[in-house]
Write a protein that binds this ligand. Sequence first.
Ligand code: NDP
Ligand code: MG
Length: 362
Amino acid sequence: MAKNNFLIFTLVGYQCYNFLNYAGAYKTMKIYYEDDANLEHYKNKKIAVIGYGSQGHAHALNLKESGIDVIVAQRAGGRNYDLCKKDGFHPYEIEEAVQQADVVHVLLPDEIQKEVYEAKIAPHLSSGKALVFSHGFNIHFGFITPKNDIDVYMVAPKGPGHVVRREYLAESGVPCLIAIHNDASGNSKNLALAHAKGIGGTRVGVLETTFKEETETDLFGEQSVLCGGLVHLILAGFETLVEAGYSKEMAYFECLHEMKLIVDLMYEGGIHNMRYSISETAEFGDYETGPKIINAQTKETMKQVLTNIQNGSFAKKFIEEARAGKPTMKAIREKMKNHDVEVVGEKLRQMMVSLFKKKTVR
Ligand code: NDP
Ligand code: MG
């Protein structure tokens, strides 16, 4: 009897899984390409890119070279101001750029967007204009609440600004997300797709999501896997080897340098592609040891991290840190400069000059 019940439960469970998989809950996202987007929706409009940093310079230059009328707001005093002028833009004050523009793209750091928006953008954002973001943070967590007569949408490249620019020049692009928060004109999706096309996104593929999904998955990914998880995995591995008496150079190669080679294989063809390329010894070690390093407890912690993102407590903590002048961030940045993995890495990278011509931060 118990065995029969188990069988029934298993079959019902499997059918539920199939139902969810194929009946909508896990529906495949539509991907937009060149023919789905029309740059005409951005013609006869002036786009103001606010901030000429990592994303700002890439959006401004790519849109301009796609034939769009772009102006830039960039404050004086830093190297982005000089770069803005060198790239042929006149650096406007933010208020002035917003007054002139039809579409205002906010590419300032997330933690200062609220203050700048309230003081310099909102007063000049008249009815019918559009407001664009490349991350949903401020809209989703309610730090910025635009009026209802403004289109609010997102065009978020899934990659750093310098790669957005580099790929555009190589006649390719970086995959982008679009999302609509407020469709006052009824044309927001066309505007978002035109923007994505103008920066090269539709050359490779554009997915439509929501501000909520983009914000929460982006924060989760960077904290748990891409930045937080990865760096701490590297550090724990490096320190374990060095503390056991192995040389720092060997520890660096094993735990940091080779990371890129492995990730490249997964990027090209998934986990299977990487496992196909590595030795049988490495593959067996992966199966044997991987689940002990990243285990059920790690996943429980990830769930907690996700909850703190969803309920806004991470966002609140980050804004408080920023308002206090970022003391924790500055202290950790300083401390990490002297970590053995950084010191030995700098030395090794100088010895392998031809590999590292493309370093982004100098
Ligand atoms: P950056 O830090 O590279 O650039 C920020 C820009 O804002 C700079 O031009 C900076 O000028 C200016 N700025 C900073 N503080 C102020 C201020 N108080 N008043 C006026 N201007 C100011 O930002 P990112 O490009 O990294 O990020 C912009 C947006 O894009 C964010 O929403 C981010 O989440 C999103 N995004 C970023 C990605 C990335 O790869 N970096 C990826 C996807 C999305 P100055 O040089 O003078 O400091
Ligand atoms: Mg991200």
